[in-house]
Design a protein around this ligand. Structure first.
Ligand code: C2O
Ligand code: CU
Length: 463
C-alpha cells in the first residue's frame, strides 16, 4: 500500500525531474526535514488536560530514525520553536561538525532557520537524539527521539520495542510543564525531577504479548535527572548491550538494571507469565515496585521457550588500547548542596560560594564552573586517555562523553563494558579509559541537565 506521504514524495520528485532545470533541481534536493515545534499531547492520565510540549515533527517522542549500520542519516533540521536550538546525536561516533552542540560544534539554529545534519552511522546500537541548546528546558519540553542503527544480522526475536523512559514536571491541575527551568533547588540538588512518569509519552504504556514470545527492548533514559531502577516481573531477561554497545555475553538480568540519564540498555526478554496474567517492566523506587510498562499476556504459548540468547556482533574498532601509556587526566567534581565547595572560578573570576549561589551556579570541575577557554585535556589523535574522576559531591551524576565510548578501568586493570555515560554516586572515584580516535572538540558533561546548566560541563580536544 502506498501511503499518502509516500505518494506525495514520489509525485513531487517526478514533477521536479520533469520540469525543473538541473540547477534548480540541485537546490531543491533537500534532506527530509525534522522540524522542532510546539504540539499538544495527552501526557498525563486521561482525566487531565492535554499538555503543550515541544517535539520533533510535533510528536513526542520525535520520529524514530532507523538505519542499518554504515548507512547515512540525513536530516534538515528546521527550527519552528520560539528559541534557538540544535540537534545532538547522543552516543554515535560521528564527525565533530555534526555533533550538534550549540556554541561548540555549531552556532545554535535560530527560530525559522535550518541546519543540515548528514553523517554515516558507523556502529550498530540504540542511540537517541535530543536538543543541545538550553537542554535543561528543551529536553524537558520533549525534544528527543530514538536513533536506531540496526545490525546487519539482527538477533532472532518475535518483535522489538523501543521504550523511552522519562519523567515530567507538570502542574498537578493543569498538566502544564513547569516553566521554571532555573529552580535553585533543582540545580543545587538532584536536578529537575518530574512528578509524572511516562514511557514513549504514555502515562501507562501497555503492550500485549503472548506467552513465550521473545522481545528485544531498547530502553532509553531521556529524563532530565531521574535514575531509573528497573526489574522484570513475568519476564526472563538478558542484557545484550549498554549505551548501544554489545556486551561480550548476554548477561542474565537478576539484579536491578540501573539507567542514569542519557544511558541505554538493550534487553532480550522472554514472556514467562501465563495467559491472562500481566508481565511488567518494573520501576523500583524506595524499595517499592511500580509498573513502568505493562505486558498483558493474551493467548497461549505458540512456541516453546528458546535457548539463552547469543551476543550481538561486535562493532568494529572500539577498543581502549594500551592503558599503561595512557595520558592521565584528573577530574574533581565539586559543589552542590551539602558539598565542600567554598569558592570557584566563574567567568575567569574567583567567587565565593555565596556569590555562586547568587549567580545560580553550583557545580565545578577542578575548581572551575562551566566551559573554559582551554579544554580539560588536549589529546593527540590515537592517544589513549585515562580519566580519573572523583565525585566529591553528595549527589549522583551521569557523566557523558561525546564522540567516543570509554571503558571503566577497575581494580587490577579489568575493563568494563563500552559506555558513553558513566553514572557515579556521591563520594565515588572511578576511572575510565578511551582512545582519542575521533578528532574535534567534544563535550564532557553531566547529563543531569540542571547540573550541566549550573556548571558541570567541560570539553576535550582531540587533534
Ligand atoms: Cu545526550 Cu551532551 O548530550
Ligand atoms: Cu550532575
Amino acid at each position: 500500500m502506498t501511503t499518502r506521504r509516500e505518494f506525495l514524495k514520489h509525485g513531487a520528485a517526478t514533477v521536479g525531474a520533469l520540469t525543473l532545470p538541473v540547477s534548480a533541481r540541485a537546490q531543491t534536493a533537500r534532506f527530509e526535514e525534522l522540524t522542532a515545534r510546539a504540539a499538544s499531547i495527552q501526557l498525563a492520565p486521561p482525566s487531565y488536560p492535554r499538555t503543550e510540549i515541544w517535539g520533533y515533527d510535533g510528536t513526542m517522542p520525535g520520529p524514530e530514525l532507523r538505519v542499518t549500520q554504515g548507512a547515512r542519516v540525513q536530516r534538515s533540521f528546521r527550527n519552528a520553536l520560539p528559541q534557538a536550538s540544535s540537534v545532538h546525536w547522543h552516543g554515535i561516533r560521528i564527525d565533530n561538525a555534526m555533533d550538534g552542540v550549540a556554541g561548540l560544534t555549531q552556532p545554535a539554529v535560530e527560530p525559522g532557520q535550518t541546519f543540515d545534519y548528514d553523517f554515516v552511522a558507523p556502529d550498530a546500537g540504540t542511540y537517541w537524539y535530543h536538543a543541545h541548546n538550553r537542554s535543561v528546558e528543551q529536553v524537558a519540553r520533549g525534544l528527543y527521539g530514538a536513533l536506531i542503527v540496526e545490525e546487519d544480522e539482527t538477533p532472532e526475536v518475535d518483535r522489538e520495542e523501543v521504550l523511552i523512559l522519562d519523567d515530567w514536571l507538570l502542574d498537578p491541575e493543569t498538566a502544564e510543564i513547569d516553566p521554571d527551568f532555573e529552580a535553585v533547588h533543582d540545580r543545587s540538588h538532584a536536578g529537575r525531577r518530574g512528578n509524572f512518569i511516562a514511557t514513549n509519552g504514555h502515562p501507562a504504556l501497555s503492550l500485549e504479548v503472548r506467552q513465550n514470545e521473545r522481545l528485544r527492548l531498547r530502553l532509553i533514559n531521556a529524563a532530565n535527572a531521574r535514575i531509573f531502577v528497573l526489574s522484570l516481573a513475568g519476564l526472563q531477561g538478558w542484557s545484550i548491550a549498554l549505551d548501544g554497545m554489545p556486551l561480550a555475553l548476554a548477561e542474565p538480568l537478576i539484579d536491578a538494571l540501573i539507567l542514569g540519564p542519557g544511558q541505554r540498555a538493550d534487553l532480550i526478554v522472554d514472556v514467562t507469565a501465563e495467559p491472562g496474567e500481566t508481565a511488567h517492566l518494573v520501576r523500583v523506587e524506595d524499595q517499592e515496585g511500580f509498573s513502568q510498562v505493562a505486558f498483558p499476556v493474551s493467548g497461549s504459548a505458540s512456541t516453546a521457550r528458546r535457548d539463552i540468547p547469543g551476543a550481538l556482533p561486535r562493532n568494529a574498532k572500539m577498543e581502549v588500547g594500551e592503558i599503561h601509556g595512557a595520558v592521565p587526566v584528573r577530574l574533581n567534581m565539586q559543589g552542590g548542596a551539602m558539598g565542600t565547595l567554598d569558592a570557584a572560578v566563574l567567568d575567569g573570576e574567583r567567587k565565593s560560594f555565596r556569590e555562586l549561589v547568587n549567580a545560580n551556579q553550583f557545580w565545578a570541575f577542578n575548581g572551575t564552573i562551566g566551559m573554559t577557554e582551554t579544554p580539560l585535556a588536549e589529546l593527540a589523535l590515537g592517544q589513549t586517555a585515562k580519566l580519573e574522576i572523583y565525585n566529591d559531591t553528595s549527589f549522583p551524576h551521569a557523566m557523558h562523553l561525546h564522540g567516543m565510548h570509554f571503558r571503566e578501568i577497575g581494580q587490577g586493570g579489568t575493563l568494563g563494558p563500552l559506555r558513553d555515560t558513566l553514572l557515579m554516586f556521591g563520594g565515588e572515584t572511578r576511572t575510565i579509559g578511551f582512545v582519542a580516535d575521533n578528532p574535534g572538540d567534544w563535550l564532557f558533561h553531566c547529563h543531569m541537565l540542571s547540573h550541566a546548566a549550573s556548571g558541570m560541563m567541560t570539553w576535550i580536544r582531540v587533534a
